[in-house]
Design a protein around this ligand. Structure first.
Ligand code: SAH
Length: 257
C-alpha cells in the first residue's frame, strides 16, 4: 500500500488556497462614514497620489496606465459635449472635479462651468491651474449639497468611493440639478472585476487606499430611468489597471424645453 505525505510545498499551496478562499468569502464591514474617510483621503495621501496621476510629471508604470485610462474617459466626455454643439451656451456642473481634468478644458472651450469637490486640496489645485479666475467657478462641497440648475451635470470616477445605496442617492440628487443631460461613470460590478478586486485587496498596501465599490449597471440604469433620463450614450474605458463605465443620459420629462 502506498502512503501519501504532504510535502512542505503542498502544505504551503493549501494554506494559500484556504487564505484566498476565506478572503473572498469574508466581507469587510462597511464603513459607516464613507464620506469622512473619502474626504480625508483626498485631502492627504489621496491628493498626492491622484494629483500625480492626473498631472504630467513622470509616474510609475501602474500610475501611467491609470492616467491613460482616465484620459480616455475625459476625452470621451469632451467629445460628447462637443458633438452636442454650442458649448459656449452650456452650463456644466462638474461634481468631484478633482484637479480639474474635465472642468478646465471645458471652460477653455467656452462652457460656463461650476466645479466642486469635497476635498479643499483638490479645489485649490484645480483653481491654481485655471487661467480665468471666474470660469470654472470652484466650490468646496459634498456633491449632495450642490444646488442650482445646469444644462449638463457630470460626475466622473467618484461613485466608486461609495456603496450602492449612497451612490443611488447621489445620482438622484445629481438628476435634480440637471435640466438636460447627466453623464456619470462608475466601476461596473462584473464577476471578473469583482474577483480581481477581491484578490487585489488581499495584497499588502491595498488598505492604504479607500474602499473601491463596484456597482451593478442594471441598478444604475434603473435610477437614471426612474429620474426621467434616457441613456443615449455609452462608453467603457479600460486599461490594465483602470476600468470605468461611462453613461450619458438625456432628460425625457419635465425640465427639458
Ligand atoms: N472627476 C475627476 C476626479 C476623480 S477622483 C476626474 O475624473 O478627473 C474623485 C474625486 O471625487 C476626488 O477629487 C474626491 O475628492 C471627489 N469626491 C469624493 N467624494 C465626493 C463627494 N461626496 N462630493 C464631492 N466630491 C467628492
Amino acid at each position: 500500500m502506498m502512503e501519501t505525505f504532504w510535502s512542505p510545498r503542498d502544505v504551503f499551496l493549501a494554506l494559500v488556497f484556504i487564505g484566498i478562499t476565506i478572503g473572498l468569502l469574508v466581507k469587510k464591514p462597511q464603513s459607516a462614514n464613507d464620506k469622512e474617510v473619502v474626504k480625508t483621503y483626498f485631502n492627504t495621501v489621496g491628493f498626492d497620489r491622484w494629483k500625480r496621476i492626473y498631472g504630467n510629471d513622470t509616474v510609475n508604470s501602474v500610475q501611467a496606465d491609470i492616467r491613460q485610462g482616465h484620459q480616455q474617459t475625459i476625452d470621451q466626455v469632451l467629445n460628447w459635449l462637443h458633438q452636442d454643439g454650442n458649448l459656449a451656451q452650456t452650463t456644466v456642473c462638474d461634481v468631484g472635479c478633482g484637479v480639474g481634468s474635465l472642468s478646465l478644458p471645458l471652460a477653455q472651450a467656452g462652457a460656463k462651468v461650476s466645479a466642486s469637490d469635497i476635498s479643499s486640496k483638490m479645489v485649490e489645485q484645480a483653481q491654481s491651474q485655471a487661467p480665468d479666475a471666474n470660469n470654472p467657478q470652484f466650490q468646496v462641497a459634498d456633491l449632495e449639497s450642490v444646488t442650482g440648475k445646469y444644462d449638463v451635470v457630470v460626475c466622473l470616477d467618484v461613485l466608486i468611493h461609495y456603496p450602492l445605496e449612497d451612490a443611488q442617492r447621489m445620482i438622484r440628487h445629481l438628476a435634480s440639478l440637471s435640466t438636460d443631460r447627466l453623464i456619470l461613470s462608475f466601476a461596473p460590478k462584473t464577476l471578473f472585476y469583482d474577483l480581481l478586486k477581491k484578490i487585489g485587496s488581499l495584497f499588502p498596501g491595498a488598505s492604504k487606499a479607500t474602499r473601491a465599490y463596484l456597482h451593478p449597471e442594471k441598478e444604475i440604469r434603473q435610477i437614471l430611468q426612474a429620474e426621467g433620463f434616457q441613456i443615449d450614450r455609452e462608453g467603457m474605458n479600460k486599461t490594465r489597471f483602470y476600468f470605468s463605465r461611462l453613461l450619458g443620459a438625456s432628460r425625457q420629462s419635465a425640465g427639458k424645453d
